[in-house]
Design a protein around this ligand. Sequence first.
Ligand code: G3P
Ligand code: CA
Length: 315
Amino acid sequence: MADGDTLVIAHRGASGYLPEHTLEAKAYAHALGAHYIEQDVVATRDDRLVVLHDIHLDRVTNVAEKFPQRKRDDGRYYARDFDLAEIKSLTVWERRGDDGITAVYPNRFPTGVGTFRVPTLRDEIKLIQGLNKATGRNAGIYPEIKSPAWHRREGVDLSSLVIEQLDDLGYRTKADPVYLQCFDAAEVRRIRLELDCGLKLVQLLGENSWGESDTDYDALKTPGGLETLSELADGVGPWLGQLVSTAGVDGTPVTTGLVSAAHAAGLEVHPYTFRADQLPPGFETMEEMVRWFVETLGIDGLFTDFPDLAINALS
Ligand code: G3P
Ligand code: CA
């Protein structure tokens, strides 16, 4: 894909500047010119869809203060254990680490500040559609079905609910400005074949060691795996380490060959996550990094916490 066509996907919104997955972060991403805006989607106890990266609430909200008795035996607070009204009563803050205190990204929006809320998928898409109408732009949406197998064990078919919601809001075909993404390859297959979803689909790629799903990502990344995948999906979303490694004493970036292999199978490639405050080895600036991935590897899109920096680098 030519440089000018590279899609800039706002990862959890403009999350480099405002707490992730808040409507404020989404509105800002739209204002910064992101082509697509991402939603990670999980289900509440009353089967409502909310935009939240984790199946847990405790790293990004004050749930532990507000509902101290509602944690599970593992000490975590699950969105699935709360009704939407309860989740709406929580304050969202900038992501914290495992100690529940320290900000993961210390130079971003201060954690614990503000009156941000967890949005529903519907409210968020309505916001983006409204901004599209008001500005004349046409930013797309990029929902991720989070942990579908876990949700099924919890008694809810997350994929069906998301597809139903998207259909209701006008997203039905590959011509619509939406990519639906998932880490679970069995679920991607199910979404396309059983649920008969007509949207563009992206298979996310992780490492088998992450325990993200039962998917064998090593097999999926082979030419044969990518060829088979291309019968179901339109693209892949690898993490940066699957596309680049460094060579020599000067740490020069070198390609792993995965972009070419995916392109040979007819798949788009949208890697995650481009962060100005967490550059991989071999890059000094976000601009340098974006340009290398676009010009040397020929990626088709990129997930970034800093959509403005990516757009500037592309222009
Ligand atoms: O969906 C692309 C990227 O967001 C995957 O990583 O963990 O941020 O959802 P994660
Ligand atoms: Ca995601």
